[in-house]
Ligand binder design. Structure first.
Ligand SMILES: Cc1cc2nc3c(=O)[nH]c(=O)nc-3n(C[C@H](O)[C@H](O)[C@H](O)COP(=O)(O)OP(=O)(O)OC[C@H]3O[C@@H](n4cnc5c(N)ncnc54)[C@H](O)[C@@H]3O)c2cc1C
Length: 403
């Protein structure tokens, strides 16, 4: 069955990037439809009790009139939003944004995107389909959880990725290892410790890096030149953060330099406010997990320092690896026509892929525009530039306005 109306563009995904892009396209009077459950990834694949790593100023979802910022949301609440921003308040902010700006989000999943002669056909999970001229893929990192090979093939009751959990309470009293050394690993270890698990953090890195520990005075509100040193985007260390905050510049840099900047800006580290919360967590750094064996309902881990661990569960906080071929909805025809490097689509300065009319935003755009695209603070740049590039296309039949 076909849906009756055929808007010009479809946005797949209603997380921060899909919502910000929808807000900008709609303000530019471009007819759009948005698919997906609003803020679903944040609700289902992050742990209850989590606090956002990003600073307040980096948590605004972009709307062109700046009327739906986190500040505006907080002002409407009987209990103001604390800092750092708690996960549940951020989810509520995202939904508040959605209801104000894109109240007509269609919660159905897109299960197929096929090229037609004049655009795309989207197949929805209930069998409906819709034809559009252009598609924006804003479906995040959900399918990209990274599982190192030694952990593959074991039952999910024994080994899981942090993205598989919302509620950690079932691990109370269990012997756990969290593998990783980034914010997610450290915060998961803290949350597990706080609910009464016996938890150890195991990491290959020689030590845990903490952010905001040195040069605290530079970052303090009292420092008059703080805005010059620390852009609101809040990605990367001083100096590099200015490049990361300028994705047009990042895109023009030579590849080896881009890689160095990207690595240095998002290498594993924890925010300073986690330090006291992991004080009583056992942290073992400089070791790799060589092998893992299941013994009935338990696990045995061999570490590279020769020691062993007997555990009830291992939680992988080993991050995400973008690979757009794992978006199950892209048809073979689309994937064949898509130019991809190391899992990332090649994108023009307007976020368009090698398939004309098909755009990617969020983490899949990070190889082209830099690590800013992995964070909410990349939504203003992305939504603005993508909308302008669509408006600039000649003969596209879209109305121009003063956006
Ligand atoms: C533990 C953790 C902590 C994080 N903390 C921060 C932080 O503090 N600050 C920050 O800026 N970033 C943080 N991030 C990164 C965060 O995931 C991204 O900033 C943000 O989610 C990017 O938004 P998005 O819209 O690209 O993706 P998402 O928020 O993942 O939204 C994508 C949406 O698409 C939907 N979708 C997927 N497939 C389909 C389909 N086939 N059909 C319809 N809809 C679909 C999903 O349901 C989802 O709602 C964190 C990530 C993790 C894992």
């Amino acid at each position: 069955m076909h849906t009756n109306s055929s808007p010009q563009m479809a946005i797949i995904g209603a997380g921060p990037y899909g919502l910000a892009t929808a807000a900008h396209l709609r303000a530019a009077k471009i007819e759009i439809c948005v698919f997906g459950k609003p803020m679903e990834f944040w609700e289902n694949q992050m742990p209850e009790g989590m606090l956002l790593r990003s600073s307040w100023d980096a948590c605004h979802i972009a709307d062109p009139h700046r009327a739906s910022t986190l500040d505006n949301y907080s002002a409407t609440q009987s209990v103001p939003v604390p800092r750092p921003v708690p996960l549940d308040r951020f989810i509520d902010y995202g939904r508040w944004f959605q209801k104000r700006i894109v109240p007509d989000v269609d919660p159905r999943r897109v299960v197929g995107v096929e090229m037609t002669g004049r655009g795309f056909q989207l197949i929805l999970n209930d069998g409906d389909s819709v034809r559009v001229q252009r598609v924006v893929v804003a479906t995040g990192i959900g399918p990209f959880a990274r599982r190192p090979p030694q952990f593959v093939g074991l039952p999910s009751t024994l080994i899981s990725h942090s993205s598989e959990h919302r509620n950690l309470k079932r691990f109370a009293g269990q012997r756990m290892a969290v593998v990783g050394a980034g914010q997610s690993a450290l915060e998961t270890a803290a949350l597990l410790h706080e609910i009464g698990a016996e938890v150890e953090l195991v990491a290959r890195q020689p030590k845990v890096r903490w952010l905001d520990q040195k040069m605290r005075w530079l970052k303090s509100e009292a420092n008059p030149i703080r805005p010059l040193l620390y852009p609101r985007t809040d990605v990367g260390p001083p100096g590099l953060n200015l490049i990361v905050a300028t994705p047009e510049l990042f895109k023009r840099l030579p590849r080896p330099l881009q890689e160095k900047i990207a690595y240095r800006s998002i290498r594993p580290a924890g925010t300073g406010w986690l330090v006291p919360r992991v004080r009583n967590v056992r942290i073992t750094t400089g070791v790799a997990v060589n092998s893992v064996r299941a013994n009935g309902e338990c696990l045995s881990l061999d570490l590279s320092d020769g020691s062993k661990r007997a555990l009830d569960h291992v939680m992988l906080a080993t991050g995400y690896q973008v690979d757009v071929s794992r978006y199950g909805f892209l048809s073979t025809g689309v994937l064949r026509a898509l130019h991809v490097n190391y899992g990332y689509p090649e994108l023009t300065t307007g976020f368009e892929s090698s398939v004309p009319g098909l755009y990617f935003v969020g983490a899949p755009a990070a190889r082209s525009f830099g690590p800013l695209c992995r964070f909410v603070s990349g939504t203003p740049f992305t939504a603005r530039v993508l909308t302008r590039s669509i408006l600039a296309k000649k003969g596209n039949g879209f109305q121009r306005n003063c956006f």
